[in-house]
Write a protein that binds this ligand. Sequence first.
Ligand SMILES: *[C@@H]1O[C@H](CO)[C@@H](O)[C@H](O)[C@H]1NC(C)=O
Ligand SMILES: *[C@@H]1O[C@H](CO)[C@@H](O)[C@H](O)[C@H]1NC(C)=O
Length: 434
Amino acid sequence: MEFLLVTQLLALISVTTALDNGLLRTPPMGWMAWERFRCDVDCKDDPKNCISENLFRDMADRLAEDGWRELGYEYVIIDDCWMSKQRDEHGRLQPDPLRFPGGIAKLARYVHDRGLKLGIYADMGTHTCMGYPGTTLDKIEIDAQTFASWGVDYLKFDGCHSNPVEQMIGYPRMSKALNATGRPIAYSCSWPVYVGGLPPNVNYSLMGEICHLWRNYYDIQDSWDSVINIVDWFSNNQDALQPAAGPGRWNDPDMLVIGNFGLSIDQARSQMALWAIMAAPLIMSNDLRTLSNDARAILQNKVAISINQDPRGMQGRRLLQEKSHIEVYWRPLSNSASALVFLSHRQDMPYLYHTSLAKLHYDPGSYEAYDVFTGRTMTGLTHTTDLKVSINPSGVVMWYIYPTKHKRFHNTWKEHTLSTYHVDEAEAVPPEVL
Ligand SMILES: *[C@@H]1O[C@H](CO)[C@@H](O)[C@H](O)[C@H]1NC(C)=O
Ligand SMILES: *[C@@H]1O[C@H](CO)[C@@H](O)[C@H](O)[C@H]1NC(C)=O
């Protein structure tokens, strides 16, 4: 099927806004099985790691007991390989009876009892990507009703084994079917990936009307190469992607792989920082039972999370690509604040980057900056202050920047000394951030 034909057909189909139901005003946060646990169905030899109700109960326990839920990580999301190879006698999807003996409704209750929400996976097509029963066009309503009857709160709808015409009919139809269940269900669409991720093959206005979030690009893997490839693709195409995002409608560069095997501490900070700039879902795929303290500190960084969850919901952009292989990213936030990320694409040693807020298009004025990963506050900045930023190879420096409050500026104006600023340092971070 040619993309052009699909685009023409798209214009002919009228779609009502089916999912403007108030969900996901900020990007979803939680945990998903795929990147870390894939399609491990070997519960005999690998009982702790196989896709089973035990795995999801374990992760729900960790989210509830280790401080994640309070930070906003609330969705526990099942990915592929949860199903039985056959639908039941009524044509409904059913879980594998050996790996999910209690059924999904019971698992949903377990998750809800811990103040969390349950996500599930289905595939628009004849089969899921791993060969389990797909949701063909005639099965969309019954599958939506089944998920709602189980108490599911989030659906990831993949697109293996379907063609673009089926996808064009099926993704909006699922949106309507979820709405018709009467249960508020967050809807994650993999549709864009399957048609190249960019206009004109993808209509991002339509995507925002029918889905809460959508996967634009390939699956993430547990490596820095994969993370930076995704970041480069999103940045190179930001003119098409960045305006599509907003409250209730998010681009999804895929899961956080922080805490697994492939990223250094610097690279893990880079993923967290860039996902915050991109207003990306913060959906971890790792083993919360064995997470290192370093990974936990990065994933639980309150300021990085608050930047990601900023209520204004505007996705950030890459501002600059320097010949030195330093890149600067920027995201406007509420209350006249903003976030800056300095990313090093270098492979040699920490690089000392010189800039100023004026060079980064900030208005003339006085500012303070909070360094998200060191916790240091820098006061007394103006747009012309010479900034020297030391950035580790494949690492970031991330700042939360806000204009100095007029009153504070006035108070410190007369005694323009470092010690004055030092005394004020603890008060300098606005309460809405920490
Ligand atoms: C994209 O979708 C929007 C919203 O449904 C629609 O108004 C617009 O005509 C579509 N654009 C194209 C080129 O099909
Ligand atoms: C269904 O769609 C309508 C119209 O957008 C919306 O007001 C309502 O909240 C939706 N309900 C659910 C359960 O998604």
